[in-house]
Ligand binder design. Structure first.
Ligand code: PAF
Length: 289
């Protein structure tokens, strides 16, 4: 594909179905406002598909079901033209960018996917219903595209854990591929929501990766879970920020808090509100090494 050739675009499920080819299909599900973190997911999908000659499909849909009433659904950036431009020449075969009416023709669905206990803690506790919305749309997007594999970012670690459980528990049969978090040069995890930040908030937001870094350093020197958490809180500092929504060391699969007897891989997760913008971040830590 030449540099400026855009992928084909389907804006409804009929056209999507018409453009699907036989064979493996790797899907990158996004809400658009694409940044380099998304493009890393796309690159991983394309790398995999080169091996088997299948299709790479990117979905772009701002899913109303996963936003709370007081959240940023209305203001979430919608940049389809720029997104198609960003995807040009990257080896993507098809973009599916449906409307809400195409995705939910009867209005909000009566049957939704229950994300289980993982849906109630941390992000799920701060954003009730969020993971049910994610699990429902991911299930629908995978069904509509006939996904054999889908790629997700490690930055949304709890989302990734929910999706892994969803696929395993409901025998959905597609492969879940995780891609590491892409960071800005100063350490801030890339997110479509970073564009909401004023320059002062952008500086303040660095507290979150600083906290994660402090926890990582403590873990590298052999500290147990509670000390890793304390080190992360200390590195995050208070300044003029609110306390983080949460900062915790958890089991990467269940998100149950890790205790000081924990040995092996764990996740240090954090969420912080800066101005009106909520940011999340995480890193894998090896405990008891
Ligand atoms: O991570 C996201 O962008 C969304 O939660 C997803 C997976 C596309 C579902 O709407």
């Amino acid at each position: 594909m030449s540099r400026d050739v855009r992928p084909a675009l389907a804006v409804d499920r009929t056209e999507l179905a018409r453009r699907l080819a036989d064979g493996p299909r790797t899907v990158v599900m996004t809400m658009g406002a694409l940044h380099q973190g998304h493009l890393d997911l796309v690159a991983e999908a394309v790398r995999r598909r080169r091996a088997d000659g299948g299709q790479v499909i990117v979905t772009i849909f701002v899913n109303p079901l996963q936003f709370g009433a007081d959240e940023d659904f209305d203001t979430y950036p919608r940049t389809l033209e720029a997104d198609l431009e960003a995807l040009a020449g990257r080896g993507v075969d098809l973009v599916y960018a449906p409307s809400a009416a195409d995705m939910y023709p009867g209005g909000p669905p009566k049957v939704t996917v229950d994300p289980g206990p993982l849906g109630d803690v941390f992000e799920g506790a701060v954003r009730p219903g969020h993971f049910a919305g994610v699990a429902t749309v991911v299930t629908k997007l995978a069904a509509r595209t006939g996904a054999t594999a889908a790629v997700f970012g490690q930055k949304d670690a709890q989302q990734l854990a929910v999706i892994r459980r969803l696929v395993a528990d409901l025998d959905l049969g597609w492969e879940v591929i995780a891609v590491p978090t892409r960071r800005e040069a100063d350490g801030l995890a890339m997110s479509s929501r970073n564009r909401y930040l004023t320059p002062a908030e952008r500086q303040a937001a660095l507290a979150l990766p600083r906290g994660i870094g402090g926890g990582l350093a403590a873990a590298a020197s052999g500290a147990p879970a509670s000390q890793v958490r304390r080190a992360a809180l200390a590195a995050l500092g208070r300044g003029d920020l609110r306390l983080p929504d949460y900062l915790a060391v958890v089991d990467p699969a269940t998100f149950a808090p890790a205790d000081d007897a924990w040995s092996g891989p764990a996740l240090l997760i954090g969420a912080l509100k800066v101005g009106a913008t909520r940011l999340i971040d995480n890193a894998e830590v090896a405990l008891g090494a």
